[in-house]
Design a protein around this ligand. Structure first.
Ligand SMILES: NC(=O)c1ccc[n+]([C@@H]2O[C@H](COP(=O)([O-])OP(=O)(O)OC[C@H]3O[C@@H](n4cnc5c(N)ncnc54)[C@H](O)[C@@H]3O)[C@@H](O)[C@H]2O)c1
Length: 257
């Protein structure tokens, strides 16, 4: 039997608790299937549920869980420490923690705007800041951020969220240049609407909003979780080493080029 492509590697996936979205846990599951040891983290205690699910579902998988607010620098420092203490290395970082507070810009309060930036941008900034030194020492790393296609198409009610995700997209290019000579790639996967439990709930509650967000997608439907996760896990492989500094939309054609 051939050796799994990520055998011996360690991955950290943020925002991978058992929420009503699920992109993070699907990516973590995919990385474990490719042979990586996976540390999942979330502000919610459900990260343990994800770790247990993967361990039960993927033969031979090694998993661990962490719970904490990753917009807090000290929490992130201890999270990265947990991966190193347990497995002695960190090869892959998936900055998936986030989620929108989606509303017209002037309906935001100062608190909801701050929360939006904390969730989506500071989590990615701190995790990257604390993971990178170890990747530089190892002269290898794969960083994948989960951004948003709404940054490109200016989707209704997404301006506050796009301020945060636009920062994530922006960080991608500069980091890719800075760390290219250490074989560290930095890319962002930008989903459009995704067929999550949350999306289905929204559809049941207010179909017009869900329909509006899907109306800009030529494929005529939201993305499935695996369609997002497969792009993210591909970018985590050694063989994707020549792809860096890219924001790759997985969006059913809702923006092109
Ligand atoms: N679902 C979509 O339609 C969609 C579209 C574009 C982008 N995205 C992005 O994809 C990612 C995953 O979203 P999802 O739809 O699977 O939703 P989700 O709610 O299941 O995942 C986001 C997770 O991040 C966690 N999180 C939030 N703030 C955190 C913090 N400060 N510290 C640690 N964890 C924190 C949440 O608890 C949650 O479990 C998010 O970054 C989201 O913005 C989602």
């Amino acid at each position: 039997m051939s050796r799994p492509v990520l055998a011996g590697q360690v991955a950290l996936v943020t925002g991978a608790g058992w929420g009503d979205g699920g992109i993070g846990r699907t990516i973590a599951h995919g990385l474990a299937e490719l042979g990586a040891k996976v540390l999942v983290s979330d502000v919610a205690p459900t990260a343990q549920q994800t770790a247990d699910w993967i361990a039960a579902d993927v033969a031979g998988a090694e998993t661990a869980a962490h719970c904490g607010d990753l917009s807090d620098e000290d929490v992130v420092a201890s999270l990265v420490g947990q991966a190193l203490d347990k497995w002695g290395r960190l090869d892959i970082l998936v900055n998936n923690a986030g989620g929108g507070i989606i509303r017209p810009f002037l309906d935001h309060t100062p608190d909801t705007l701050r929360e939006t930036i904390d969730r989506n941008l500071w989590t990615a900034v701190w995790c990257t800041y604390y993971a990178l030194p170890h990747m530089v020492s190892a002269r290898y790393g794969r960083i994948v951020n989960i951004g948003a296609d709404s940054v490109r198409n200016g989707l209704w009610d997404h301006a506050g969220y796009n301020a945060a995700k636009g920062g994530v997209h922006g960080m991608t290019t500069g980091l890719a240049r800075e760390f290219a000579d250490s074989d560290i790639t930095v890319n962002t996967v930008a989903p459009c609407a995704v067929n999550t439990e949350r999306m289905r709930g929204r559809q049941a509650y207010d179909g017009s909003m869900a329909e509006k967000f899907t109306s800009v997608i030529p494929k005529g439907r939201p993305a499935e979780l695996k369609e997002i996760a497969s792009m993210a896990t591909h970018l985590c492989k050694p063989e994707s080493g020549f792809v860096t500094g890219q924001v790759i939309s997985v969006n059913g054609g809702s923006t092109m080029l």
